[in-house]
Design a protein around this ligand. Structure first.
Ligand code: DCP
Length: 682
């Protein structure tokens, strides 16, 4: 939550643009005969006609709602047209919608700073464009004012009886004695009207907009008059708007914090917060949240519009409600494989089109335990460094699952129940890739690394060394997964996600059915941590020279900088201790016969844990991966030119390494290891 009290933020011009019944519009563009008809897009699942995820405004008039299933919608509106969401990987495929959203973004981003906040939402900072317009062609200087602009809703503007609303708006926009900040808003009205017209012309989609001095108010306003309309919030109307706004409607107050405010302080509307001094709010909710509450009560929001057109993370998820809950490890693995395949496709296309690379893989799971006293316990979310390639992602995702599962079921549960379902079920799975950054310049194609074999040893190392727990919920926690994000709830239940904004996303955590597909949000991975202290075997990014160097040296023996066995062992021990503290030792010990590359019934057997903590296995289990190998680099043979190709921080690190007498254990191996394929010490 932003805590700074911004200065003069009321002279900014911010627009929030939201496409109307977006998926329906996309389908209607594909099938123009549906235009104007009551239409809804349904989840591909056939049960009771599938869950509605988007409803046209024509259908809404009949009382059709997003919470309904197809059959129910037919009851209230027999003529409704139901269109199925496209399917791929046995789940909803949102790529059509995602691409359609991108078309809109490419139009909107022509003016001002543009932030894509979700699959169908954009923020624009139009301050500079509005200032220029005010200087060069202010509204009052125009012979004619755009009709679309004149149809705007201006909050707080009293329409005199018997007068034309359009004339009132024109008058408001052209007042020569208006305050500067209102004049800027008037320019914003013209700019946004023109942009919306352009979107319609180029994409055939209608959208609605909110125009205000900050993001929070613009977002509130854009939903007030839909479809295809725009609403403006002059500063003088803020008090009135917030005074009657139910607290739970406010971004980030839809969950626990909103409830706490109602219970603790009897606050029902945002305006009710005005009576509390900042210190009092801080006393109850902490310094940052207290200040944030104090600010929002006054319509103050200093959050900047980020210049960002691409998502901050990619995700793929699916829910398994009610009887469809997954009850065997092999079925979990099957679905994880599906999700990972899809995730990998998206990662590859992001890399290909945008030259971006993701660094952290996170798994969120929703599960239940029926026979446990601790039935409220949540399945822990886990993350680890991301290795490219479907097989590797699948392998790592499964390892993350196993680590979380062991914690969730508990030692006793694993030992006695094994992996056959005995009172547990998985009701949702979601895998996401975050920490996406531009590919460092000078990097050669990494596509060849995608197709390399899955390295099971390294994945086992991942289990032991780099799985980290991620916070499953935002501060307000507990609410629907998308509600904790700054772009408001958009999902009933996630099946797939693409996260655009910066707030953390607990991907799973709702009670509803499978309603896949979400809009917006960002992962809650404590991903920076995930990178630290991790030895990653895969060479994710290989600068050209380094790749050459590695090719030449793969088979030779290391001379310097070999991490000797004792160093490695002691580090390994320390790491294991930490992981143990976190409660995430390798669950592979318990699932010796669970082969990550393909589920089978035979995998669903439990292993017993011997007293000394080692695995007793009569078959495969985990032979070499449990033992940490020593990795080395042939530093003396690195071509100095190669170093120049590396990112600056790695260059420093490497040069430090190359200093005589420097010991390798002073190096942060987590970062350097990403850039070099290790040579296994023989
Ligand atoms: N969506 C989804 N599941 C949800 C909510 C939304 O799959 N639970 C998808 C379908 C929507 C799109 O996201 O078309 C945008 O969601 P919005 O909440 O913006 O709703 P719409 O655009 O459908 O309608 P509105 O005009 O009310 O914004």
């Amino acid at each position: 939550m932003p805590v700074a009290r911004p200065e003069s933020s009321d002279s900014r011009v911010i627009a929030h643009i939201d496409l109307d019944c977006f998926y329906v519009q996309v389908e209607q563009r594909k099938q123009p005969q549906l235009r104007g008809l009551p239409t809804a897009v349904v989840q591909y699942n056939e049960w009771k006609g599938g869950a509605l995820i988007a409803v046209s405004y024509e259908a809404r008039k009949f009382g059709v709602k997003r919470s309904m299933r197809g059959e129910e919608a037919k009851e209230v509106c027999p003529q409704i047209q139901l269109v199925q969401v496209p399917v791929a990987h046995c789940k909803a495929d949102l790529s059509t919608y995602r691409n359609a959203g991108s078309e809109v973004v490419s139009v909107l981003s022509r003016k001002g700073r543009c932030e894509r906040a979700s699959i169908d939402e954009v923020y624009l900072d139009l301050t500079h464009v509005a200032e220029t317009m005010l200087l060069e062609t202010p509204p009052e200087s125009l012979e004619e004012i755009d009709e679309e602009a004149l149809k705007s809703h201006i909050l707080g503007l009293r329409i005199e009886e018997g007068t034309d609303a359009i004339e009132n708006v024109r008058e408001w926009m052209c007042r020569s004695n208006a305050q500067h900040k209102d004049k800027l808003l008037a320019c914003g009205i013209l700019i946004v009207a023109e942009l919306r017209r352009q979107v319609l012309k180029e994409t055939e989609f209608t959208c609605s907009a909110g125009i205000a001095h900050n993001k929070m108010l613009a977002k509130l306003a854009s939903g007030m008059n839909k479809p295809a309309q725009q609403t403006v919030v002059p500063f003088s109307s803020v008090k009135g708007l917030l005074g009657s706004l139910p607290i739970r409607k406010m971004k980030q107050l839809g969950g626990k914090l909103g409830v706490a405010l109602q219970v603790d302080l009897g606050v029902n509307n945002v305006g009710d917060l005005l009576q509390f001094p900042e210190a009092k709010l801080q006393e109850h909710y902490g310094v940052n949240t207290g200040t944030w509450l104090w600010n929002i009560a006054r319509g103050i929001d200093g959050e900047e519009v980020e210049g960002r057109l691409l998502p901050k993370s990619h995700g793929s998820g699916k829910s398994f409600p009610g009887p469809r809950a997954l009850k065997t490890i092999s079925s979990v693995q099957y679905w994880l494989n599906q999700l990972c395949e899809e995730l990998n496709e998206r990662l590859c296309s992001d890399l290909d089109q945008n030259k971006r690379i993701a660094h952290t893989l996170t798994l969120h799971v929703r599960a239940y335990k029926s026979s446990d006293t601790d039935s409220q316990k949540k399945f822990p979310s886990k993350s680890c460094p991301l290795r490219y390639g479907t097989a590797k992602i699948q392998e790592d995702a499964f390892n993350l699952f196993q680590a979380g599962f062991r914690e969730y079921i508990g030692f006793y549960g694993v030992k006695t129940q094994g992996i056959q379902c005995n009172g547990w079920g998985i009701t949702a799975l979601s895998i996401s890739a975050s920490k996406i950054v531009p590919l460092p310049s000078g990097t050669c194609s990494i596509m060849k690394y995608f197709h390399g074999p899955s390295t099971s040893n390294s994945s086992k190392q991942l289990v032991d060394n780099s799985i980290l727990e991620v916070s499953p919920l935002s501060p307000s926690g507990g609410e629907r997964c998308s509600e904790v994000n700054s772009c408001e709830p958009k999902i009933e239940f996630l099946g797939e996600e693409e996260r655009w904004n910066k707030d953390p996303l607990p991907v799973l955590g709702q009670e509803e059915e499978e309603r896949s597909i979400l809009k917006g949000q960002d992962p809650s991975c404590s991903s920076s941590k995930a990178q630290d202290g991790v030895i990653q075997e895969t060479s994710l990014v290989i600068p050209t020279g380094v790749a050459r160097f590695l090719e030449q040296n793969q088979s030779t023996q290391p001379r310097e900088l070999a991490w000797n066995d004792s160093q490695v062992k002691s580090e390994h021990k320390e790491h294991k201790r930490k992981m143990k503290d976190k409660g995430t030792p390798s669950i592979l010990k318990f699932f010796k016969s669970c082969n990550p590359s393909g589920p089978s019934e035979s995998q669903e057997q439990v292993q017993t844990l011997q007293e000394n903590g080692t695995t007793s296995s009569d078959s495969t289990s985990y032979p070499s991966g449990q033992r940490r190998e020593a990795w080395s680099y042939r530093i003396d043979e690195i071509d100095p030119a190669v170093i120049d190709e590396l990112p600056p921080e790695i260059q420093d690190e490497l040069r430090a390494w190359m200093q005589p007498h420097k010991q390798p254990n002073v190096v942060n191996r987590g970062s350097i290891a990403r850039y070099f394929s290790p040579i296994r010490k023989t």
